[in-house]
Ligand binder design. Structure first.
Ligand code: UDX
Length: 458
C-alpha cells in the first residue's frame, strides 16, 4: 500500500482519533466516522473533544490539509482500502464487554460494501475478547456485504496498546504490532501498510491468529496491572517496616533485566477506563471458559483496597475527619489527561466526604470532568497553592509534574496543619521532614528516613 491509501476509522474516541490524525499526518486520506454529531462538529472545526498531548496540533493540521475528513455517513467507507474499527467496548453489569458498538460498526461497514468490489481489509482495533473477530465480526461483515475473503473482504485483528497522555507517541512509535487473521495475504498487506507508515521505525510484528491477537491485548493490560498491584502489595508491607522504602526496593527490583523498571511505581492504585474494564472482562471471560483466574482476581482486589490504606494513614494522624479540611492535588486517573473514568480520586474523595471532611481539589486538566461527578460537594481551586491553603492534610493523588515543582516550604507556609500524604511518591521525604512537615507516603516505612537511605539511588 502507498501514500494514496484511503483509510476509514470507525469511532473517534481516545484510540480512533489519535490513530486517524497520525495516519493523516503521514499523507494517507483518512475518513473518520462516528455517530456523535456534536463531536464531529468539534473535530471538523479542528477542536479536539478531549485532552491528549499533541492531539490538538495534529488535528488542526490534518483538518486544514484536507487529509482528514469526518462524517456520520458510514457509506463513505465504500472506497477505502482499510477500515479500522476503534469503537469503545464498555463494561456490562458483571464485567463482560458490550459488543454493541463493534457489531454496529461491522454492520455499517458490511452495508457500505454491498455495492462495491473494491478490496478492503477490516481491522479490529477495539479491545474484544478472544473469538469475537471470528464469531461475531466476520459473520456480520459477510452477511451485510454479501462478500467474503474470496471476494476481496478480509478481516484482521490488530489490538492497540495506546496509553492516555502518550497516545500520539504510541501510534507513531509503538513497541510492537500484533496482527491476527486466518488470511495470510491480509496479514501481509496490513504489514506492508505499517511498513510504509513506520518506515525505518517499524517495530517487531507478530503475525498470528485472531484469538492470539485478541488475548494478547488482555494479557498485556493484565500484566501491567499485576506489576502495579504487586508493587503496591510490597508497599503495604514496607509501610510497616522501620527504615523501609518501597521506592528503593522497586528501583533495585527493576534493575533485574528479567523484571524491568516500568510499572513498579507504588501509589494509590491503578485507575483509568482501560485496566479496570479489561481485567474485569478477562476475569469474566476466563470464568465462562471454565477457569477461575485467581491471580487476576487478586490483582483486582489488591487495587480495590489500595486507596483505603491512604485514608487509614490520614485517620491515624488526624483522628476523626469530621470538619477536617483535606486538599487533594490531582483528580484525573493519571497525569497528562483530563480523564476521570476509573480515577482513584473518586472513591478516595467520596470516602473523605463520608467521613465528614471538607475537600478542596486541584487538577491541571480534569476539573470540568470532575465537576460532573462531584458537583458542589467539593471546592475546586484554580492552582495548587490555593488548594492547599489552610488545609489539615494534602493528598497527592496524581503524579503531575506541576506538583513535583512545589517546594516543601510552600506547604508549611499555607497549611493549617502541615501534613502531606504522598500517594504517588513524587517527593523526597527528607525535604519535608527536615522542615518539620508531617510527611507520610505510600510504601514508606514507619521510621522517618535518614539522609542517604532513600532517594540516593534515583
Ligand atoms: C493502559 C495501558 O498502559 C495501555 O497499553 C492500554 O492500551 C490502555 O490501558 P492507560 O490506562 O492510559 O493505559 O494508563 P497507564 O499508563 O497504563 O496507567 C494506568 C494506571 O496505573 C494509572 O492510574 C497510573 O497512575 C497507574 N500506574 C501506572 C501506577 O500506579 N504505577 C505505575 O508504575 C504505572
Amino acid at each position: 500500500m502507498h501514500r494514496m491509501t484511503t483509510i476509514s476509522v470507525f469511532g473517534l474516541g481516545q484510540v480512533g482519533l489519535p490513530t486517524a490524525v497520525c495516519f493523516a499526518k503521514k499523507g494517507y486520506r483518512v475518513i473518520g466516522i462516528d455517530e456523535d454529531t456534536r463531536k464531529l462538529e468539534m473535530i471538523a472545526r479542528g477542536h479536539a473533544p478531549f485532552f491528549e498531548p499533541h492531539l490538538a496540533e495534529y488535528l488542526k493540521r490534518a483538518i486544514s490539509s484536507d487529509a482528514f475528513s469526518v462524517t456520520n455517513d458510514s457509506s463513505s467507507n465504500a472506497q477505502s482500502d482499510l477500515a479500522f474499527i476503534s469503537v469503545g467496548t464498555a463494561s456490562k453489569e458483571g464485567g463482560s464487554i458490550d459488543l454493541k458498538c463493534v457489531e454496529d460498526a461491522a454492520t455499517s461497514i458490511g452495508r457500505s460494501l454491498q455495492s462495491t468490489h473494491v478490496p478492503q481489509i477490516v481491522v479490529v482495533k477495539s479491545t474484544v475478547t478472544p473469538g469475537t473477530a471470528r464469531n461475531v465480526v466476520r459473520p456480520i461483515l459477510e452477511r451485510e456485504s454479501g462478500r467474503t475473503s474470496q471476494s476481496g473482504l478480509s478481516l484482521c485483528s490488530n489490538p492497540e496498546f495506546l496509553r492516555e497522555g502518550m497516545a500520539i507517541r504510541d501510534v507513531e512509535v509503538p513497541d510492537k504490532i500484533v496482527i491476527g487473521s486466518d488470511d495470510s495475504l491480509a496479514i501481509r498487506r496490513l504489514e506492508e501498510f505499517y511498513k510504509d507508515f513506520h518506515a525505518k521505525n517499524l517495530p517487531p510484528v507478530v503475525r498470528t491468529t485472531h484469538e492470539n491477537a485478541e488475548l494478547t491485548k488482555y494479557a498485556n493490560n493484565a500484566f501491567l496491572a499485576t506489576k502495579v498491584s504487586f508493587i503496591n502489595c510490597v508497599a503495604n508491607i514496607a509501610e510497616r517496616v522501620p527504615f523501609a522504602d518501597v521506592d528503593v526496593v522497586a528501583k533495585a527490583l527493576g534493575l533485574d533485566s528479567r523484571i524491568g523498571p516500568q510499572f513498579l511505581k507504588a501509589g494509590l492504585g491503578w485507575g483509568g477506563p482501560c485496566l479496570t474494564k479489561d481485567l474485569d472482562a478477562l476475569r469474566v471471560f476466563s470464568k465462562a471458559s471454565g477457569y477461575s483466574p485467581e491471580l487476576i482476581e487478586a490483582v483486582i482486589n489488591t487495587n480495590a483496597g489500595q486507596w483505603r490504606s491512604a485514608v487509614q494513614l490520614i485517620k491515624n494522624t488526624l483522628g476523626t475527619l469530621r470538619d477536617k479540611r483535606i486538599s487533594v492535588l490531582g483528580l484525573a486517573f493519571k497525569a497528562e489527561t483530563d480523564d476521570m473514568r476509573g480515577s482513584i480520586s473518586v472513591p478516595l474523595i467520596t470516602e473523605l466526604l463520608a467521613a465528614g471532611a471538607t475537600v478542596t481539589a486541584y487538577d491541571p486538566a480534569a476539573t470540568d470532568n470532575a465537576k460532573v461527578i462531584f458537583g458542589d460537594r467539593i471546592t475546586y481551586s484554580c492552582n495548587p497553592m490555593l488548594c492547599v491553603n489552610q488545609s489539615d492534610c494534602c493528598i497527592i493523588a496524581t503524579e503531575c509534574d506541576e506538583f513535583k515543582a512545589i517546594p516543601p516550604s510552600a506547604f508549611a507556609e499555607r497549611m493549617r496543619f502541615p501534613f502531606v500524604l504522598d500517594g504517588r511518591r513524587i517527593y523526597d521525604a527528607n525535604q519535608f521532614l527536615k522542615i518539620g512537615i508531617k510527611f507520610l507516603a505510600t510504601g514508606l516505612g514507619s521510621v522517618p528516613v535518614v539522609p542517604g537511605s532513600s532517594k540516593d539511588l534515583h
